[in-house]
Design a protein around this ligand. Sequence first.
Ligand SMILES: Cc1cc2nc3c(=O)[nH]c(=O)nc-3n(C[C@H](O)[C@H](O)[C@H](O)COP(=O)(O)O)c2cc1C
Length: 334
Amino acid sequence: MNTELPLVAAPMAGGATTDELAAAATSAGAFAILAGGYLSAAALDERIRAARVWGDFGVNLFVPGTDTVDGTAFARYADALEGEARAAGVELDPVPRTDDDAWHEKLALLCAQPVPVVSLTFGLPDRSDIGRLQRAGTAVLATVTTSTEARAAVEAGVDGLVVQGPSAGGHSATWDPNRRITDGQTAPLVSAVRAITALPLIAAGGVDGPASVTELLRAGADSVAVGTLLLRTDESGASATHRAALASPAYTDTTMTRTFTGRPARALRNGFIARHEAHEITAYPAVHHLTRELRRRAAEAGDADRVHLWAGTGYRAAQTGPAAHVIRALAAAL
Ligand SMILES: Cc1cc2nc3c(=O)[nH]c(=O)nc-3n(C[C@H](O)[C@H](O)[C@H](O)COP(=O)(O)O)c2cc1C
């Protein structure tokens, strides 16, 4: 990661990280990580081909989980969402759907056509998979949310860590989706992980300006990733509904929620969360598939109250304008 600035454009799956956003961040001196999650291997291949034109970059993958879904709990949750679905004209499928996010296909692609960096979230794959990527010449980064995960990732032989604090927007990278993630800052976690390892560390979570960048570098990070601060930029692929909500006075807080996908994620606290947090369940990606069409329709209709409005705690600082301005402004205090 030989970049001009110690900054990383964090991977944001689901549309937010566009080729244009990654390219703009790169041209401003940051390192961009493409979001491989939710994409087919063929679609990821296209994104990688486009990225090779503008230089060094990384690719992020979701590591598939091994938990089985409790069918009864899932049916109960689907039942609780019935009213929402009916109002939106969506039919819910009460049978849990699972998938591995095309893990094997994407791994085969990345081994056949290696990229400089692969970052992993939601867990650690078999050591053999890490080894295959490394033998292909790729630096493998594991995303960790605790010191315990950091230790396990170091032992598994990864090349670096993304240290994600609980204030980060979007899905928590936690390896244990049942874990209750309490609010907190990223810097103390970075210091704790730095005490364990000399590997390169990328800190992520809650960055709201240049002061947080310097704080995380001082805590021991080699570079700092930003996600939420890029969501409202010209090049972001976030929906108009999501962008507007980030700036709306109607949303005054973020919270960790499993209501939308069955995995903890930080979002602006909206009506959907308020209505369903009491009976949310841990079942990813089954709940993701269950609510997907509902969320898509709501976003299309501008109904922010039924959309997963992923946001880190620094969302109030998310500005419109070119992404390059955001990157350069973050570097102001360096
Ligand atoms: C809309 C959105 C989508 C995200 N998607 C991913 C993803 O696909 N993979 C991943 O490892 N992290 C994902 N994240 C987390 C970011 O990579 C990063 O850790 C986080 O944005 C940093 O915190 P911040 O949002 O406070 O800057 C996502 C975050 C957001 C806001």
